[in-house]
Write a protein that binds this ligand. Structure first.
Ligand code: NAG
Ligand code: NAG
Ligand code: NAG
Ligand code: NAG
Length: 374
């Protein structure tokens, strides 16, 4: 799947994947964002529950760790900025949060399907999509009761109308694929699980719709075969690498997932008559960035900016921000590369702020159409 996408054609592909937009429509106004997902859009959830992602996370923008697995802003932060909304507080963060314009239920490591392993066993988050929906349901319900008490509550909790007018954003699925792969399943075995994973995703969208959500913004999953933490997990035979250094069977797996996700979106558009569902092909954008990083002003693509050792400046267990003991000496993996703004991958797992901005710029035109039914 070594597809080369010229950028003009690429923009067209992206637009056609949105819900039949009509360019003459007025700009959309979303008073709130409710986000569901994994580390691609976690603004502090996992940090609140399991401990802070330490320095140098956040160093390019926030100046200190900000609950994000990134040197700066995530795509969801750029979306919030562009809609004129504050950055989303993590639902799980009970200190200093302000939910007047939405809440973020995403945590790093979240899968769609609940796993049967704990975070300590497998590294995946217990806040799977069904749990995130339960949290949203509680938030929706209880925020209105508490808001009715008046005072400060009216300034930190959303108005009742916000729930039907909000943009509901989703970026989740990557961990379902990697969790199965890391559990020693073959790519073919993981593929057989895709229908069940997508079925649970579909239920989540229907549940949010049942709670009054109408505007959905769904990112597909990225090219996991280009990320060091997936490539480094098992020895992979040379013939599985494409000419850009990405692993073809793993990228094909992501594409199979995305194909099923897109079919589900088409079905949901038909069955949820009042919903507007935007499907964003972030796979193609991320893949394009890996393929032509230099053409887009980047200096490093597969090699991560913050990490230690190995071909990709990434080793399992020696991640960005960690302290390790080597021959009795403590080594702190705390110094990012010289130009994080010229790197695609931050820590072998996640994208840099610069890459997130690149991704956002490609999907941003869709935000003006995300409230218009065809
Ligand atoms: C977890 O275990 C249950 C019960 O055995 C099973 O139905 C489910 O598919 C398992 N989940 C995963 C992700 O393997
Ligand atoms: C909140 O939940 C209670 C029951 O748990 C229910 O009676 C009530 O109608 C719900 N309120 C809203 C606003 O959904
Ligand atoms: C919460 O955020 C809103 C929007 O930015 C702001 O108007 C409000 O004053 C904030 N509330 C508090 C208590 O900081
Ligand atoms: C996967 O295989 C490796 C090597 O055979 C083994 O060490 C590891 O325990 C296996 N993991 C699981 C989850 O079965």
């Amino acid at each position: 799947m070594n597809q080369i996408i010229p950028s003009s054609l690429f923009a067209l592909t992206l637009l056609s994947s949105l819900s039949s937009p009509s360019l003459t429509h007025a700009q959309c106004h979303f008073p709130a964002i409710f986000n569901f997902g994994d580390s691609n859009s976690d603004t502090g959830g996992l940090s609140a529950a399991f401990g802070q992602a330490g320095p140098p996370h956040g160093s390019s923008f926030f100046g200190s760790p900000a609950g994000r697995y990134c040197d700066g802003r995530l795509v969801i932060d750029f979306i919030a900025e562009s809609l004129g909304l504050p950055y989303l507080s993590a639902f799980l963060d009970s200190v200093g949060s302000n939910f007047s314009h939405g809440a973020n239920f995403a945590t790093a490591g979240s899968p769609i399907r609940a796993l049967n392993t704990t975070l300590r066993q497998s590294g995946f988050s217990p806040f799977s999509l069904d749990v995130q929906f339960t949290q949203f349901y509680n938030f929706h319900n209880r925020s209105q009761t508490v808001r009715s008490h008046g005072g400060i509550y009216t300034t930190i909790l959303p108005e009742a109308d916000s729930f039907s007018q909000a943009l509901y954003t989703f970026d989740i699925g990557q961990n379902d694929l990697t969790a199965a792969y890391f559990a020693n399943k073959t790519v073919e075995q993981v593929e057989t699980e895709v229908p069940e994973i997508i079925s649970q995703f579909r239920n989540a969208i229907k549940n949010v719709y049942g709670q009054g959500g109408r505007y959905f913004w769904i990112h597909n999953t990225g090219p996991i075969g280009c990320l060091a933490y997936v490539i480094e997990w098992f020895p992979i035979k040379a013939s599985d690498f494409d000419s850009h250094g990405c692993v073809t069977p793993l990228n094909n797996l992501a594409q199979r997932f995305n194909y099923a996700l897109k079919q589900a979106v088409i079905e949901l558009r038909a069955s949820l008559s009042e919903a507007v569902i935007s499907y964003l092909d972030v796979y193609s954008i991320k893949h394009e960035l890996f393929l032509h990083a230099q053409g887009h002003g980047f200096k490093r693509s597969l090699v991560s900016c913050c990490g230690h050792g190995g071909k990709y400046n990434y080793k399992k267990g020696i991640g960005c921000g960690k302290k390790i003991i080597v021959k009795g000496k403590e080594i702190y993996i705390g110094k990012p590369c010289d130009e994080p703004d010229k790197a695609v991958v931050w820590d072998g797992v996640h994208f840099t702020q610069a890459a997130n901005k690149f991704i956002f710029d490609k999907i941003a035109p869709g935000l003006n159409m995300a409230c218009h039914r065809q």
